[in-house]
Design a protein around this ligand. Structure first.
Ligand code: IMP
Length: 447
């Protein structure tokens, strides 16, 4: 009997906080060692920028490895794809001479239809304005409604359906039967999203443009593995936004931790031997929801300005906080993180003191356990440890030894608390502004 014997050389890169940790840069840094970069969750709610010929592109769906020649960029089954957005990104990159011929999309990935975007906006508006409830603060990209449609099954459109007109019509008609009364009530302006004929025409046009990129990504990924090739799984959004393990209900609608890799790609988790968790040296969040270490003062403003913390997808100013080690330890556990890339450390220079949250106080008791339910987190008081700050700009540091002793102590404190080595430190946006940390004597004894 044959037994599968894939090696475990594949890698996952996942966000450990509420997103925007700088995953794109780390993926880009490592992509050349891999044969395929795989998106397995989320949709156009994710965002990272790449610079081509001096022009900055905000990419939302095309995997970050697209700039590396010879690498497959695979959008696997767990992603919800807005074809219009995907085609726009491919066209923009192609016009700048980037080879997009290996951007491939699973026939089983779900399609974000115009009515999903209309519903996303309508629900948010209704929650905040009419229902006296808190909106989630979504990116408005139709993510939640598209995943809901997927789980509801018969009315969902998958990428492969864009190539089968009869099936497509059946699905869209079923979806509209439910969407029409709802959107007429909550989004009376969204008539464009309810016109069956024009929706079919648009969707068939997408199918025509995408048809040469549509594959069975599960087969493709297993073929790669069988040939001994290595995959890099690029997590979108982040662990604290994971629909099961994040700060529910203020989360996204997919498995945004490493736990989503298997269902989102059809590849068993056991092939992923290395999981790099990306964490900012401080905390940010876009949208609503609990954030125990949030800073609403001048320190927060200073970090926001230094870190240019405005959303790639929506342009919204991000909420800022001190690094929450309680949350980070939780994320490390959920993902099985084998190493951490600590990004944007350069943003923290210029402060007399740096704080990290090392416990939560709740009802007079201290805990280091993280209960992600939003209602529980709202009730916690962060307990801080104060560390000395550093004044020097560190954007030119290229080795651990180049960093001021206070910055090294900060890194050391993070890894000793979380119990996972920090192998990469980001000190600026460019690929070269990266320190690779050698670990010879284990956690807590770098440098
Ligand atoms: P949705 O994913 O658009 O439904 O938004 C749900 C929540 O997740 C909102 O608070 C968004 O701001 C947040 N979110 C989703 N994707 C990202 C991301 O890639 N970075 C940061 N926040 C995100």
């Amino acid at each position: 009997m044959n037994t599968l014997s894939y090696n475990q050389d594949s890698l996952a890169v996942v966000g450990m906080q509420w997103g925007d940790e700088g995953k794109g840069k780390v993926v880009d840094l490592l992509a050349s060692e891999f044969d395929a970069i795989v998106r397995y969750n989320g949709g156009a709610n994710a965002g990272h920028s790449v610079v081509v010929n001096g022009k900055r592109f905000a990419l939302h769906l095309v995997p970050s490895g697209v700039l590396r020649e010879g690498c497959d960029s695979i959008i696997a089954n767990g992603v919800v794809v807005d074809p219009e957005q995907l085609l726009r990104e491919i066209d923009g990159l192609t016009a700048e001479g980037v080879d997009c011929s290996r951007v491939l999309v699973s026939s089983r990935a779900h399609v974000v239809m115009p009515y999903h975007k209309a519903e996303d906006a309508a629900r948010e508006r209704a929650l905040a304005d009419s229902l006296g409830s808190k909106a989630v603060g979504t990116t408005g990209r139709g993510i939640g409604p598209a995943y809901a449609e997927k789980v509801q099954r018969a009315s969902a459109v998958r990428i492969g359906d864009l190539l089968i007109p009869d099936l497509l019509r059946e699905r869209v008609r079923a979806a509209l039967a439910f969407k029409r009364p709802m959107l007429e009530r909550w989004a009376p302006d969204a008539t464009y999203a309810l016109d069956e004929e024009s929706l079919i025409e648009i969707a068939l046009g997408w199918g025509d443009k995408l048809k040469n990129r549509v594959i069975d990504s599960t087969i493709q990924l297993h073929d790669h593995l069988e040939q001994g090739r290595k995959l890099l799984f690029e997590g979108a959004n982040a662990t604290l936004l994971d629909v099961d393990h994040g700060t529910y209900p203020f989360v996204t609608s997919s498995s945004a931790s490493a736990l989503g890799i298997a269902p989102g790609s059809g590849v068993p988790a056991s092939v992923v031997g290395r999981i790099i968790g990306i964490a900012k040296a401080y905390q940010t969040r876009v949208g609503a929801g609990p954030m125990p270490t949030e800073l609403t003062d001048a320190t927060g403003d200073q970090i926001r300005e230094r870190g240019r913390e405005f959303g790639t997808t929506t342009g919204r100013p991000r909420r800022i906080g001190w690094l929450d080690l309680v949350a980070l330890r939780y994320s490390a556990r959920i993902n099985g993180v084998t190493e951490i890339a600590l990004t944007l450390l350069d943003v923290l220079s210029g402060f007399d003191e740096l704080k990290v949250c090392t416990a939560y106080e709740i009802g007079g008791e201290r805990t280091i356990d993280f209960d992600p339910a939003a209602a529980s987190l709202d009730a916690v008081r962060p307990v801080y440890e104060s560390l000395p700050g550093f004044d020097e700009e560190i954007t030119g540091a290229r080795s651990f030894g180049d960093l001021p002793s206070e910055a090294r102590a900060y890194i050391d404190r993070v890894q000793s608390f979380v119990g996972v080595p920090i192998s990469i430190v980001g000190v600026g946006p460019d690929r070269e502004q990266t320190i690779l940390v050698e670990h010879e004597a284990g956690v807590g004894s770098i440098g």
